[in-house]
Design a binder for this molecule. Structure first.
Ligand SMILES: [Zn+2]
Length: 297
């Protein structure tokens, strides 16, 4: 798989930031400013142009947005197959699907495509696709359900762990995976989230400070460092006991020509998500390992 250049990486980031900004604007216009955010309230505010319908669509899709020209109506379908909550609430994954489809509805280029063709492609899962359009809708969803204003102060209040992420996920009614991603995105410290599926890197999200320190994501499909591979094996047979590890910058990142980034110590925190067969790894790098004035190399 082709490696992304620094420029391409910046372009993708820019598009995601714009999608998140759009979500922020939508919430501001509706005066929604406390968690948990109800994406169906956002749908309701677009009546009668937009209507949502939930049903068990099994494995057909997680969500789909359609435009019906004759009636000038948008129809948002969402899959309720994950909804087995005793309190009758929608599952975090269902909420994310609705918010993702709202991204297709609110983002200009997405809506223009929909108006032209009548149908969006069926959307699936969290961060499973690397197509730009899906990435943007995912970014919109994350920005809508976890507004920067509410979650940024929590994230930067101290050193982040999966215990914190679990607590925020419960407050915002978001999945551990999407909460971890958003937390890393909003962190002012060098950190990253790697998602591993089938023993390979399935997705990665890097905090801005990580990029500024010269650590860039490795491509999707990359193999794992040996110790992480062993952790994956333990997770896949259901016995991940040791959730800590340590590596170097070059094990997890593209460090291009930065020797300092390549040899920086990286602390690993592991968290298994059996429901999606995903092993999450939160990477943190001590700030002074990437940023000091006395370059000695
Ligand atoms: Zn989609």
């Amino acid at each position: 798989m082709a490696k992304k250049t620094r420029l391409e990486w910046a372009e993708i980031k820019n598009r995601q930031d714009k999608a998140i900004e759009q979500a922020t604007d939508v919430l501001a216009a509706l005066h929604i400013d406390s968690a948990p955010i109800d994406p169906l309230a956002v749908v309701a505010s677009e009546k009668p142009l937009l209507t949502a319908k939930g049903a068990d669509f099994r494995d057909r899709f997680d969500g789909q947005l359609e435009y019906h020209r004759s009636k000038n109506r948008f129809l948002l379908f969402f899959n309720t197959k994950y909804d087995r909550q005793p309190n009758g609430e929608h599952h975090p994954r269902t909420r994310f699907s609705i918010a993702h489809e709202l991204g297709h509805y609110f983002l200009d280029r997405h809506r223009a495509y929909l108006l032209r063709t009548g149908k969006s492609h069926p959307s699936r899962g969290e961060f499973l696709s690397d197509r730009t359009i899906e990435t943007e809708a995912d970014a919109f969803a994350a920005g809508l359900l976890m507004p920067s204003k509410l979650i940024r102060p929590l994230v930067n209040g101290g050193e982040m762990s999966f215990a914190d992420i679990e607590r925020w996920a419960s407050d915002f009614r978001t999945s551990i995976t999407s909460t971890a991603r958003r937390s890393v995105e909003l962190s002012d410290f060098p950190c990253a989230l790697i998602g591993v599926r089938e023993g390979r890197v399935a997705f990665s999200f890097f905090a801005q400070a990580m990029i500024e320190g010269g650590c860039y994501p490795r491509p999707r499909g990359s193999s794992l460092p040996a110790e992480a591979q062993a952790k994956w094996q333990s997770f896949s047979v259901g016995c991940l006991l040791d959730t800590k590890g340590q590596a170097l910058g070059r094990d997890w990142c593209q460090t291009f020509d930065s020797y300092r980034a390549a040899r920086a110590p990286v602390y690993e925190h592991y968290f298994g998500v059996p429901a999606t067969q995903t092993l999450l790894i939160l990477l943190t790098v001590p700030e002074d390992e990437l940023f000091t004035d006395d370059e000695d190399d």
